[in-house]
Design a protein around this ligand. Sequence first.
Ligand SMILES: C[S@@+](CC[C@H](N)C(=O)[O-])C[C@H]1O[C@@H](n2cnc3c(N)ncnc32)[C@H](O)[C@@H]1O
Length: 216
Amino acid sequence: MTDVWSQRADAFRESPTHREGPDLDLLVEWCEPGHDVKVLDVATGGGHVARRLREEGCTVITVDPAPGMRPDVVAPAEELPFADGSFDVVTCRIAAHHFQDVRRAVAEMARVSRRLLVIEDNVFRGEHVEEAERLRDPTHVRSYSEDEWKEMVTEAGFEVEQVEHFARRQSADTWLERVETPPETAARIRELLAGEIEDGMLGFASIVLKARKSQK
Ligand SMILES: C[S@@+](CC[C@H](N)C(=O)[O-])C[C@H]1O[C@@H](n2cnc3c(N)ncnc32)[C@H](O)[C@@H]1O
């Protein structure tokens, strides 16, 4: 899996939907950035969250299991090589649906954060979308609903303060080409997602969630 991601590194560094957007703006705002804020960006990919938070003056360490993403530390979210409470904020954007053990990853992110968790991911929209996602990209494990996210974060000892949903549209061709989907697989995916594609544009939905370490 790591090699697959390293091969995709340039595509994710360049991808407009990853590089910018109102979801990224909100995520940055919810980190309460500043000069004395230390952040861990988990599954950093093209490093867009880290770049934006550094521009706001934060000290950011990036972690990702794919060396090709050029993170500061190579490690999976499920095994973060940092001491308890090492960071003020832990971020994780558009990646948790790839984690083999999301609960363990959330527990790890909660363990190393002393203040905030700010997470964005694709939100669950139905089993047909999950099937299409897995066909397009076998590294897709599962997307989660708002309730599932709230439950996982609460179980990890954080209180959810704010949640926001985002909808955006992207060219279905670009989405399929980014991971070089073979033509027959692409045809099946288009069939599954027929109800979500309009004028060649595919609808996506994501959730951003801000949670604070519980004082209880
Ligand atoms: C879509 S990219 C992340 C996008 C990036 N966070 C951004 O905001 O542009 C998904 C990333 O998840 C990473 N990844 C996959 N499995 C992982 C795991 N178990 N733990 C941490 N990162 C993982 C991949 O290496 C890849 O860099």
